[in-house]
Design a protein around this ligand. Structure first.
Ligand code: NDP
Length: 483
């Protein structure tokens, strides 16, 4: 069993109170790690270190900051096999997914913002012949970064990289369910010579370490990714203190399959959009809307493809579908499957835990739920309205394009949608009408790090990515010079 430490002022540090949380391995249910149960004292020490580091770091030339971020990216690459294994053990996700998605993307995040800061420009506004305005963008100070467990290093680095690249210092709180790659990131930062205090990592429970970070008066910038209920609590705590906030929250994303979709080419991508990472990606499509003319043939083909997913030990290279993050989350997902039945849904595939005899002996006490497909539910029912964040999708027919748009928009969320059609004119028309922050056409999770990323309505406030992130982590100041 490994023991995780906080990373404060460039050093690995035990929690001030000496208390630890037990972190099980999702694939086995057995013990995996001891995680600091940090509290306000640890957060205060981390914020103090970040404050002290801010002045020198914010005056460090961009080229030097860039060099250090590139070195962190190289450090991640150099340890990618080890990091992928840590991520798979912590989350239950297939090792192959961690190796091909999570860890390369974490390195890419650092690389992207390391180079972005070398190529930026700020605005200038000439006022007739009277004055010249120009905008300065300065780092804001200590940023508080809070991230979830589903894509641990991927999402943590998506916040850390723009925050420190732009000259802020940071205190990050990963989910206590997935501390291991964050711990390793602290080691990498020390190895490459990131000045102490520029990045600090505090592990612990959201209600303690997370809340203390949001509350701290010296943390004026908060970037949060997680659930909508937590996002609302953070917004409430941050508002009276006028903190700058970005909230990337939950989703209940529609996948709209038109009759002319090229299923020979795209069915594997549609399956992935539903069940990648066991459905534990905020962008997964959980409401699959299918044009009535192909509904039955689509359902047959889709269920057939899903039933062939290789479920098993996440550490085996051939595994495509692993365990859910925790016992509690598995209970929540199974509860939603019960609810779907109560609401009149017909379970076409899955519908419960993976039978232990289908799993290797090592994994028989792990938190596995079978990929599940439910039909026969209305859009308004709870199963179709609430985020399950697991391997459960509904499939529902529609008859007209207008009906598809109305069903896609029948949600309090607005994070992402995918459209599957060979009719480009229709794709443009529907994309314009669907109320989500990201619309993919004939693809899913195809990410260009320059584009704005975020959600509408209960899926969040603000955008991350590219210039949006650089703007978020800097404070604009206008200088007006009379000519
Ligand atoms: P949570 O909202 O439970 O937790 C997210 C993070 O916030 C964790 O580090 C958590 O700590 C912390 N936290 C919890 N309570 C507080 C608090 N009061 N103050 C400060 N921090 C707190 O989400 P999950 O970890 O369960 O992640 C799943 C959710 O994340 C889903 O809803 C999913 O849709 C969303 N998500 C959104 C994404 C997006 O980009 N829009 C991307 C990925 C996920 P702890 O773990 O200790 O509770």
């Amino acid at each position: 069993m490994r023991t995780i430490a906080n990373y404060i002022d460039g050093r690995q540090a035990p929690p001030a109170g000496g208390e630890y949380l037990d972190k099980p391995e999702p694939a086995t249910g057995g013990p995996l790690a001891r995680v600091p149960a940090s509290g306000a004292a640890d957060v205060a020490a981390a914020v103090a270190a970040a404050r002290a580091a801010f002045d020198p770091w914010s005056h460090t030339p961009a080229a030097e900051r860039s060099r250090l971020l590139l070195a962190i990216a190289a450090g991640i690459d150099a340890r990618s096999d080890e990091l992928a294994r840590l991520e798979s053990e912590d989350t239950g996700k297939p090792l192959t997914l961690a190796r091909t998605l999570d860890i390369p993307r974490a390195a890419a995040n650092f690389r992207f913002f390391a180079t972005a800061i070398l190529h930026g420009a700020t605005e200038s506004h000439p006022t007739d012949h009277q004055a010249l305005n120009y905008t300065l963008r300065r780092p804001r100070g200590v940023a508080g970064l809070i991230s979830p467990w589903n894509l641990p290093l991927y999402l943590l680095s998506w916040k850390i990289a723009p925050a420190i690249a732009t000259g802020n210092t940071a205190v990050a709180k990963p989910s206590e369910l997935t501390p291991s790659t964050a711990h390793a990131l602290g080691e990498i930062c020390s190895e490459v010579g990131l000045p102490p205090g520029v990045l600090n990592l505090v592990h612990g429970l959201g209600a303690q370490a997370g809340a203390a970070l949001v509350d701290h008066p010296d943390v004026r910038t908060i970037s949060f990714t997680g659930g909508t209920v937590t996002g609302a609590a953070i917004a409430k705590a941050a508002a009276p203190k006028f903190k700058k906030l970005t909230l990337e929250l939950g989703g209940k994303n529609p996948t709209v399959v038109f009759g002319d979709a090229n299923l020979d080419r795209d069915l594997p991508a549609i399956v992935r959009s539903a069940f990648a990472n066991q459905g534990e990606i905020c962008l997964c499509g959980s409401r699959i809307l299918v044009e009535a003319s192909i509904y039955h043939s689509f359902l047959d083909r889709f269920a057939g493809a899903v039933s062939r997913l290789a479920i098993g030990d996440p550490l085996e290279p051939g595994t495509e579908f692993g365990a859910l993050i925790s016992e509690g989350h598995r209970a929540k997902v199974l509860g939603y499957l019960d609810l779907a039945r109560e609401e009149g849904g017909r379970v076409v595939l899955g519908g419960g835990p993976v039978p232990p005899e289908r799993l290797p002996p090592r994994c028989r006490s792990g938190y596995f739920v079978a990929p599940s497909i439910v039909t026969g539910l209305s859009m308004g029912c709870r199963t179709n309205q609430e985020e399950i964040f697991g391997p459960v999708v509904t499939v529902t027919p529609f008859h007209t394009e207008a009906e598809a748009v109305a069903m896609a928009n029948d949600s309090n969320y607005g994070l992402a949608a995918s459209l599957w059609t060979e009719n480009l004119t229709r794709a443009h028309r529907v994309a314009e009408q669907v109320q989500c922050g990201t619309i993919w056409v004939n693809c899913w999770l195809l990410r260009d790090l320059r584009v704005p990323f975020g959600g509408m309505r209960q899926s969040g406030v603000g955008r991350e990515g590219g210039d949006e992130a650089i703007r978020f982590f800097t404070e604009p100041k206008n200088v007006c010079i009379k000519l």
